[in-house]
Design a protein around this ligand. Sequence first.
Ligand SMILES: Cc1cc2nc3c(=O)[nH]c(=O)nc-3n(C[C@H](O)[C@H](O)[C@H](O)COP(=O)(O)OP(=O)(O)OC[C@H]3O[C@@H](n4cnc5c(N)ncnc54)[C@H](O)[C@@H]3O)c2cc1C
Length: 381
Amino acid sequence: MDLTFSDEEKMIIELAREFAEKELRPIAHEIDVEKRVPIEVLRKMQEVGLLGLMIPEEYDGAGVSTACYVQVIEELARVCAAVAIVLSVHNSVGAYPILRFGSDEQRKNYLPRLASDWIGAFCLSEAASGSDASALELRATKDGDSYVLNGAKLWVTNGSIANLYLVLAKTADIPDRPHRGISAFLVERDTPGITVGKLEDKMGLRASDTAEIHFQDCRVPASALVGEEGIGFKIAMQALDNGRIGVGSQAVGIAQGALEEAVAYAKERVAFGRPIADHQAIQFMIADMETEISAARSLVRRAAWRKDAGLSHGKEAAMAKLYASEMSHRVVHRALQVHGGAGYTKEYAIERYYRDQRVTEIYEGTSEMQRIVIGRAVLSE
Ligand SMILES: Cc1cc2nc3c(=O)[nH]c(=O)nc-3n(C[C@H](O)[C@H](O)[C@H](O)COP(=O)(O)OP(=O)(O)OC[C@H]3O[C@@H](n4cnc5c(N)ncnc54)[C@H](O)[C@@H]3O)c2cc1C
């Protein structure tokens, strides 16, 4: 596994670290409390080329490798996991499906915009279909040269700020194989018939919006279809393979940030006449955190490397996401424990890391779904 970065990629990773320290750290607490998406910071990220990271240079993006991309997500999540997920969704499940499955016209039309001033979102989940994604009900009905969309999507990250939605919709009823009746559409935000509904009041990632999106007689041209009818489920699953590598790196970043908070606190807090860092129980927790973070980081990098090398990476992405998210759960738990009572208050950032971490075990496929993907892959090898 060769993870050598080009000079440009090294600069981008360094830029992400500096950006996180300078632009995100000072506001991370405030935007969490205010439940505010920091649009001004996202604009700055767009200006310095951090948002359209995976979009190839021919479409005005930075065109970095997945290995570099996961480093950038980790750097951002280490300071502010909410902004990291905006970037992850925008690239992994927003732009990537267009690059991989879109027509030339769709690529030329949308990728440069997503590399400059547009934000992308991915609309798969609905009220009655989360893990069981093929049970979705939003319908796209062919009508002459257009499709008419009716239904509602739930849990859309970037939902209220996005300019472009990748929408998974039912175009045919195939009872035995419902996934074969699903198609993907690129729908612009200002298309008549779209309304942004309720914003979720979440436990964590409060500076990332999660919205309901309603489609009522929303007419899109036939050219909005991605690929052909019936391949939407495949598009969604491949996008999620990609997205899971991003969520894995987000989880590693959260864990790394939590460890750093714990180390700083352990050196400063005195108990029984010496810094608590001198107590072996605290050192052991720090040792376990460091070791597990390194293990998870290796899994994430391996999945990214396999994708860059053009190798199958579905199982590896699921393993990276599963292990990194559950690892980060253990790490934030220990890091909060190191803080004692102080960690249970909003005075210390660890309280935010603790809340932000939890969803990494849920979105882009729960841990149970990752185990199903991994188990099936192993049994069919
Ligand atoms: C903050 C946030 C952001 C999100 N962003 C997006 C987004 O941008 N786009 C999008 O489309 N979706 C998004 N989601 C939705 C997310 O992907 C789903 O919540 C997730 O896939 C789980 O679906 P569910 O909530 O319906 O849970 P359910 O599917 O109802 O699952 C409930 C429980 O049952 C378990 N379960 C279900 N089926 C099985 C089974 N066969 N075997 C074993 N256990 C099972 C699950 O693992 C889970 O523990 C987001 C969710 C959150 C919370």
